[in-house]
Every structure is written in C-alpha cells, then in structure tokens.
Design a protein around this ligand. Sequence first.
Ligand code: FDA
Length: 505
Amino acid sequence: TMSSSASRDDVDAFLGCLSTAIPPSIVHTPANNSYSPLLLSSVRNLRYALPGTAKPLAIVAATEPAHVQATVLCGRRHGVRVRTRSGGHDYEGLSYASLDPHEHFAVLDLAALRAIHIDAARAEAWVESGASLGELYYTVGAASRTLAFPAGSCPTVCLGGHLSGGGFGSLARKYGLSADNVLDAVVVDARGRLLNRSAMGEDLFWAIRGGGGESFGVIVSWKVRLVRVPETVTVFGIRRFRNQSAADLVTKWQGVAPFLPRDLYLRVLLQNPQADFVALFLGRCGRLASIMRRRFPELGMTPADCQEISWVNSTLFVEFFTTDKPLDVLLDRSNKPDYYLKVKSDHVEEPIPKRAWEGLWDKWLDQPGTPPIMLDPYGGRMSSISPSATPFPHRTYLYQLQIYSFWFENGTDALEKRISWVKGVHKDLEPYVSKNPRAVYVNYRDLDLGTNELEGNVTSYEKAKVWGEKYFKGNFERLAAVKSKMDPHDFFRNEQSIPLFPAAA
Ligand code: FDA
C-alpha cells in the first residue's frame, strides 16, 4: 500500500508551518465550514466523494506561486504529502482523494491561479494551471478570430492536469497535442524553487509535457503557442442507426478518418442503436462536402449538414453537439455534472472487423441507458511527431477509443453494474486493440492498470512498470530518471506517480 508516515503531531506542525507562511484565509481544514464546498467544488467523479474516501487534512487555495512554494516546503518538512488539483477531472480522483484511508495529505487547489495573457501579435499566451480550457478558448476567441489552441473538448478541464498529461482534441490531427504546443512553464520543484524552462532544464521540461505533472512538482503556469485557424470553420453531426448501415460506416470510418486531410477531424460516438459522426473542418462547407464525397461517400454527407461558424463556437459544438449555446458557457466553471464515472480506453492499430462491431452492439450497446463509446482519429500531425519527443508515445495508432460510463444513481448495486459493463466491453475488445502493451493515454487514468507499492520508503519501480509502460512505453525509463534527479526523496507521490529509477534509489 501507499501508507504514509505523518502522525497527528506532524499534521499540527504542518498547519503551524503554513500559518507562518501564508494567509490563514486560504487554508481550509475540516473544522471550517468552507472546507466541504471547496473540496467538492471540482470533484468530477462522485465515486471519490463517497463516505469512507480518505480526505485531505487541509486544502490550500493558492492565489500566488509563493503559496505553492510554502505548501511544498511545509509538507516536506513535516512529512505531509501534497496532491495538486487544477480542475479535478482526474478519472480516478487522484488530485483530491487517496486510496489509502490512513494517508495524511493536503490538497493544493489551483483553481484561483487562472490568469490568461494573450499576445495575439506573437500568437502566444501565458496561462496559469487553474485556468479552464473553456476560459482559454473564450479568451483566445475574443482576442482573434483566427487564433486557436489545440486541446480537449470538455470546457471545465483545467490546464494543470491537461497539459501535463498531454491534451488531445479536435485540432490534434492538424497541430498535435496541447503538450506539443508548450513553449515554457513555471514549476515549483520538490525543493520549493520556482523554475522556468531554462532554470529547470530540458529533462524536466520534457517530463511535464505528457508525463503527468503530479510526479515532478507543481506547474504554476505555461507559455503556449497559439495556432492559426480560418475565420470560418465548418462543423456537422450526422446520426446513422444500425438499420442504416451504422456498422458498415464505422468499419469503413477506421480506414478513412486517420488518413483524411489534416484540416478535417471526424470522430464517432457509438451509443444505443446509433453512431454519431461529428466533424470539425478548418475550411468552408463546399470543400468539406467535396472531400466527404470523395473519401467517405457512404456517409451521405451533403452541404445541408454544414454549419459555418467561428472556431471558438466550434468548441461548443464539439462538446454539446449544438451551435445554440451562448459563448459564456465556456466560462462556467460550475457547469458540473454530478455523476459517478468509470472510463477505460484503448488504442487501435488495425481496423476492427464489422462482425466485431455487430457483436459489441448486440451484446452491450444496443440497450437503453448504456454509455457511449467514443472513437477519436489520430493521423496527420499526430503521426509525424516522434514517440519520444514527449512522454506521450502513442503517435502511430489509427485512433483511440474510450468506453465512457457515467451514472447518477447512488449505491453499490449501480456501481457494480456500471463498472462490470465497462469491464465487459473492455474484455471483449481485447483481441482487436493494441497489444504489448495494451496502450493507454495517461490523461484517461485507469487504476485497474496497477497501483504503486512501496519498497523501503520509495515507490517500487518494478511494480510501477506494470502500469507505467502502458501509458509511456519506452519513455517510462526516462521519466523515472527525471524523477530521480528532481525528486530524489519521492515526495510527489500518488497511486500512479512515476517511481525513482532503481539505480538512483
Ligand atoms: P486534476 O486537477 O484532477 O489533475 C489531474 C492530475 O494532474 C492529478 O494527478 C493532479 O495531481 C495533476 N495535476 C493537476 N494540476 C497540476 C499542476 N498544476 N501541477 C502538477 N500536477 C498537476 N482529456 C483529453 O485529452 N481530451 C479531452 O477531450 C478530455 N475530455 C475530458 C472530459 C471530462 C468530463 C473529463 C472528466 C476528463 C476529460 N479529459 C480529456 C481528461 C483530462 O485531460 C484529464 O483528466 C486531466 O488530467 C484533467 O486535468 P485537471 O487539471 O482538470 O484535473
């Protein structure tokens, strides 16, 4: 287990240390009325808010980098671990909950550290980790109709976790991951130092662009490259049912979507008896329709399916499938579905045969109330970046696939039923998806892959390798080497943090 050694005295000493370094108004303990609402404010998976979940002994709501430095230093001095939370979207709640009921830890909440500065002339921006994707999209859109940032679809995801884990979205085929567009960053390391790119060095700068931030320090802010988009882009959503050849279309899609021009992103959501094809095209309707006619005539897309809008509006369409929402929805941080969540994901390297899709539909999908399976194409820029350029190694697959189960009912019956559904689909997919390893993207965190164990007082490398190679393949070793250098006492530790490299331990 991950058992931690902090005693009650350590905890008191930790709180005492904090009180000398940072304003008491931003330190929230269970004795404060503010504690529970703050803790829950960005919990996105109710499985990790159930009674019995280990909760932080304090939440520090940092408003300046100095608060982050003080929390890390007090934590190290008094043996209290720190979990950093930006947007709280971790699928397994690692930013605010511990699997070990005895672990004493504090949460460093960065939601208030969310300034965004756009330099439209240079097409760059500085953004703090607590800023959400929606806030960034909104601000970029307000600065220029022809600038954008490549990142994920959910507007409440925050940059701290997203950029440090990769960041995949509808511009990835053209511009790669969010992490591929990071130019600089400011990090608080395990010694409490505030380091920018030149001070931290290229190894740490490499690690925090896809290796998961939580193992290496606390990233306070990021300098990112903004990318060019046309003033008008085109979106469509087309629904086809099983009795309209949905299985044929999905089968064909696998050999089409990853090879389309980079300006075209075409994802599929499978749910119940239907397949929804959702597209973003960096261009006008006329060209899109002609590409679709040539490359995927079976879908039957016509100009009548097009909506021509600005890029910032397309971010709402990709998330909500409608162009009717006002742009301020992007700014709504409380736009929070209170659901329980379990996600498993895969990468696909050869098209899955039609009979397998029919089998999935018959056995799992074509029933009321079942969750979606989302297929997101790679190819384009994704496959032209070296697998070792960043810790994210999954560059050459056709597409990624997520089994995304969320539910609202309380209770263990619902929980067991929902989780066993996800596991059932995942098991049946095994023959068709990537092997050795069965590759997973770290931002789609899945604790079923394995969790850390201690060896002596540090995380076991051999045990961590089991889950680590699934996320990082050959980059895992280099991540461990960076960890050894930057955090030799293994202070930044959680259920799936990078271990020290054995030779250095
Ligand atoms: P959270 O605060 O939970 O952090 C996640 C992890 O990063 C934790 O381990 C945390 O400790 C660490 N961390 C956070 N901030 C840090 C910092 N400043 N310094 C160091 N470590 C830090 N992904 C994607 O690529 N494309 C997508 O479209 C989506 N869509 C999506 C929708 C929904 C509803 C959810 C719940 C999730 C996604 N994701 C996603 C996954 C998302 O990218 C992933 O969960 C991110 O890590 C979330 O970052 P947050 O800061 O919000 O989470």
